[in-house]
Design a protein around this ligand. Structure first.
Ligand SMILES: NC(=O)c1ccc[n+]([C@@H]2O[C@H](COP(=O)([O-])OP(=O)(O)OC[C@H]3O[C@@H](n4cnc5c(N)ncnc54)[C@H](O)[C@@H]3O)[C@@H](O)[C@H]2O)c1
Length: 267
């Protein structure tokens, strides 16, 4: 159901790898709501993913950028503003990757060089994106920037490993940069804390099926799907959320407020 909520707006979407990616769904919904888009992902994802199919469908260019490289980000935002013929209204950071999780290292035996790379990709890249946007003065006033996160930043989910700390850092960058972007440019910055979702990144977590089922049972509304997340992001990019900033917003069917749900105990 399209309501032209993003008519006339321009957005850059990071992280659409394949049809299951949350960013993929967000890009489709933003397009439906009338936004003009630029898609981006790491150069390596161009080879493994299906981003070009999405680009064709949405009539949006793909500008590759490794989100840890300032040079790539500078190139991305200059090309995006050139393509739009003006500044950017919204940006989605939908990037996550843990080397220690991928290589199945236990939390009590982590490789710290890999951990640094994990933080760089999954969290510091959010700061780099915002710093580059601010330096280039590339965002329109009342623009909106959102990053995707997970409740392991607040509560312990042992198999989420170092991604928990990545998300804590990501959420903190949203608050701290939200202050600077808000006061200087009236741009808002938030994180969306999403339910477990079946994607490449999500299913890389050990025991993901059990994890997914548990959260689904625990949440009064069940797990929020990637499609529902896309709806919520449209709201955050629209003018309907102009005064919401520096927030970590739970989009999880109620999971974050639950203590115990009889359904989980089979009662
Ligand atoms: N799937 C879940 O259960 C879940 C739950 C809550 C939050 N999230 C978050 O949602 C976001 C999107 O993940 P997803 O579940 O859609 O999985 P996904 O695997 O489809 O997306 C992750 C993306 O990160 C990109 N990426 C990795 N390294 C990069 C780099 N150096 N530069 C640029 N891009 C890079 C990948 O190419 C990929 O497109 C992540 O931040 C993830 O942590 C996911």
């Amino acid at each position: 159901m399209a309501n032209n909520l993003l008519k006339g707006k321009t957005g850059v979407i990071f992280g659409a790898l394949d049809e299951q990616s949350i960013a993929w769904k967000v890009a489709e919904r933003c397009h439906e709501e009338g936004a003009k888009l630029v898609l981006t992902n790491a150069p390596v994802a161009m080879r493994f993913g299906a981003i070009n199919q999405l680009a064709e469908k949405l009539n949006a260019p793909v500008i590759p950028a490794d989100a840890t490289s300032l040079e790539d980000l500078e190139n991305l935002f200059s090309k995006a503003t050139e393509h739009f013929g003006g500044k950017i209204d919204f940006v989605l950071h939908s990037i996550g990757m843990s080397l220690n999780v991928r290589k199945k290292k236990e939390y009590t035996d982590l490789n710290y060089e890999w951990m640094k790379t994990t933080f760089d990709i999954s969290a510091i890249s959010f700061h780099k994106v915002m710093q580059t946007l601010l330096k280039q003065d590339a965002m329109n006033e009342w623009g909106s920037i959102a990053g995707l996160t997970y409740i392991a930043a607040q509560r312990v989910f042992p198999d989420y490993s170092e991604m928990a700390e990545s998300k804590a850092l990501l959420e903190s960058f949203a608050r701290s940069f939200g202050y600077h972007f808000g006061t200087q440019k009236k741009v808002r910055v938030n994180t969306v804390s999403q339910s477990p979702t079946w994607t490449t990144a999500g299913s890389g977590v050990k025991g993901f099926q059990e994890f997914f089922d548990y959260a689904d049972k625990m949440s009064p509304l069940g797990n929020a799907s990637a499609d529902a997340c896309a709806d919520y992001c449209v709201f955050l990019f629209s003018d309907l959320s102009r005064m919401v900033t520096m927030q970590n917003l739970y989009h999880d069917g109620g999971f974050s407020s639950m203590g115990m749900n009889p359904a989980v105990l089979g009662l």
